[in-house]
Design a protein around this ligand. Structure first.
Ligand SMILES: Nc1ncnc2c1ncn2[C@@H]1O[C@H](COP(=O)(O)OP(=O)(O)OP(=O)(O)O)[C@@H](O)[C@H]1O
Length: 225
């Protein structure tokens, strides 16, 4: 069984027609799955359903064997990390360091552990030099690495990234690629929604193509080696 499983899922925003139509899908940690397709085909909506951020009107979304409907956001966050198309949406604290420490402090994690984890995350995501910076003054690539570091702190088993290469120059893309490869080597499952063909070609072992709220192609190259 997949780590994330959608079964006969329909989803509509409010009273509109279904945006995602009768979709069934299994996603595995061993894969690097790319979701591609034209604008408005439902990729982001599908990603948010997979991450338990949206709830389907019909059908079920299972995360690690549990119906996402019965899971708290905290329980979901330990399993699935979601990087928004615009990482600013998930940054709240007055400094980079606090962005990483406050979720752990709220959970009552021991101070020494909080400091160690924040330090480690800043090193992995190459933002240690920005520890005291105000997050909204960071560049797009730095904001994205901070958002990823904040996800990393929860040690998720699966990551869903919405258009992670948007606004990144070639060098920053190489940095991001290295970070995602590290996640992969640690066994973290990965779904990337992307228009970036070169990026998909470099990373994906499975490509899912959406059109009009449905999956029209699902191709596997191979599991990662
Ligand atoms: N919050 C919302 N409320 C109402 N309709 C929405 C909302 N978000 C998306 N939609 C609609 O749902 C459809 C699918 O949008 P979605 O963002 O999932 O597609 P996408 O394939 O990710 O597009 P893009 O490549 O442009 O990001 C579109 O018609 C869009 O207008």
């Amino acid at each position: 069984m997949g780590y994330l499983t959608l079964k006969n899922v329909d989803f509509a925003y409010g009273k509109s027609d279904f945006i995602i139509k009768n979709t069934s899908l299994q996603l595995f940690q061993e894969d690097f799955t790319a979701v591609v397709g034209p604008n408005g085909s439902g990729k982001t909506t599908l990603g948010k359903l997979m991450a338990g951020l949206l709830k389907p009107q019909n059908g079920t979304v299972m995360i690690d064997g549990t119906d996402s409907n019965s899971m708290s956001l905290g329980a979901i966050g330990k399993r699935v990390g979601y990087l928004f198309q615009n990482p600013e949406k998930q940054i709240f604290a007055p400094t980079v360091y606090e962005e990483l420490t406050f979720p752990l402090e709220i959970k009552g994690t021991e101070k020494k552990v909080v400091e160690r984890k924040a330090k480690e995350a800043m090193e992995v995501f190459q933002i240690s030099h920005l520890s005291k910076a105000f997050p909204f003054t960071l560049s797009q690539g730095e904001k994205q690495r901070l958002a990823l570091a904040a996800i990393f702190i929860h040690e998720p088993k699966f990551l869903i990234l919405d258009e992670p290469t948007t606004g990144l120059d070639k060098e920053r893309k190489v940095v991001l690629s290295g970070i995602l490869k590290n996640f992969q080597h640690e066994g973290v499952g990965m779904v990337v929604i992307s228009h970036d063909e070169a990026f998909v070609e470099e990373h994906a072992t499975r490509v899912i193509k959406m059109m009009g709220g449905k999956i029209i192609e699902d191709t596997r190259k191979s599991f990662r080696s």
